[in-house]
Design a protein around this ligand. Structure first.
Ligand SMILES: [Zn+2]
Length: 338
């Protein structure tokens, strides 16, 4: 099979927590490269350098996995922007760009996401979803992804279809669902039920991504940890959400006024430490998480050295506001790493 090469995701997870990457579409929207609204990933074709750069930022910040930007790169979603005939080309380009950024330093995950076509108890809809997933997977696997991430599924039923199709590739599979404003999926499942069902279906890593802040995600991860022995993964958003609006897309500020809600690097480092404490194996982030967050998470997890900040002190005249105002406390939540 594969020749001697970098460790696969399961080998890495066996050694300890793996650090994922951050969010792509919302950040690229801020950079003027993705359209808010459809949030389709044609940037891989129209502006490959912008995507390559963002991947490299995550890589250099310490991410151990880069996710190919094929979120919403399905035929039906691309049809909403008149690009349904470019499904293959787009999926191919996205994986190639991620691999180029990864070099030999990161694993590259193929990516499936919710299709908006799934209907509970509708066999024809399920078959359409299967076909949609297979169309993307065929291209991504041919391009040599290391494993598959299926993500942001509201319905457990659709997430299970992602497990089924991704497993058919024989690559390792991670599938994560999202919880909206209620702690239950639209098909009536709690976090523990979801984790069990996904693990029983054969997913190697199960968990939660997107929509919610770490604060509103970690309690559900704790329930998942108790429910399954398999690896669990967590990729929350880096936005502050409220109890009523736990799903950041339900905030009136979504999608283009979210800046005041963005979490600090310290808060995301704190999240990484807490996730490790409760036994999360794959620790990444989703929308709103940029390289700054991933770098502090990497430090909190001991993946990169602590930032031993030494600003000039003790001179007669301050050379920066740092000295002038005596900001000499070390960061509390991050920078431990050992
Ligand atoms: Zn997200």
């Amino acid at each position: 099979m594969a020749k001697q090469q970098k460790k696969g995701i399961l080998e890495k997870l066996a050694e300890g927590p793996v650090l994922g990457d951050g969010g792509y579409l919302l950040e690229l929207e801020k950079r003027g490269r993705v359209r808010a609204g459809p949030f389709t990933p044609e940037v891989a074709l129209n502006n490959p350098d912008a995507l390559l750069e963002l991947h490299r930022e995550f890589r250099d910040a310490g991410a151990e996995v880069l996710q190919a930007l094929t979120f919403y790169a399905s035929r039906d979603k691309l049809a909403t922007v008149g690009m349904e005939e470019r499904v293959e080309e787009l999926n191919r380009a996205a994986v190639r760009i991620a691999k180029k950024a990864a070099e030999d330093r990161c694993l590259v995950a193929g990516n499936l996401s919710l299709t908006w076509m799934y209907e509970p108890n509708d066999k024809a809809a399920a078959d359409r979803v299967r076909k949609t997933f297979d169309e993307q997977l065929d291209v991504q696997v041919a391009e040599g992804v290391d494993f598959i991430i299926g993500e942001t599924f509201s319905f457990l039923g659709e997430a299970l279809l992602a497990v089924e199709r991704a497993k058919a590739t024989t690559l390792p599979v991670m599938v994560t669902v999202c919880f909206e404003n209620e702690d239950i999926t639209p098909d009536g499942k709690k976090a523990a039920d979801v984790a069990k069902a996904l693990a029983d279906a054969g997913a190697d890593i199960v968990g939660i991504n997107c929509l919610r802040s770490p604060e509103h995600t970690l309690p559900l991860m704790t329930e998942m940890r108790k429910a399954v022995k398999s690896y669990i993964g967590c990729q929350p958003v880096a936005y502050r959400t409220t109890h009523e609006h736990r799903d950041f897309t339900s905030l009136a500020a979504f999608p283009d006024q979210l800046e005041p809600y963005q979490l600090t690097r310290r808060e995301m480092a704190d999240y990484a430490s807490k996730a490790r404490e409760i036994g999360v194996n794959y620790i990444g982030a989703c929308c709103g998480a940029v390289a700054t967050h991933i770098r502090e998470m990497a430090r909190a997890l001991g993946k990169i050295p602590a930032d031993d900040r030494v600003w000039k002190k003790g001179g007669e005249k301050p050379m920066s506001a740092y000295e002038y105002y005596g900001h000499d406390d070390k960061p509390k939540a991050s920078g431990k790493g050992t």
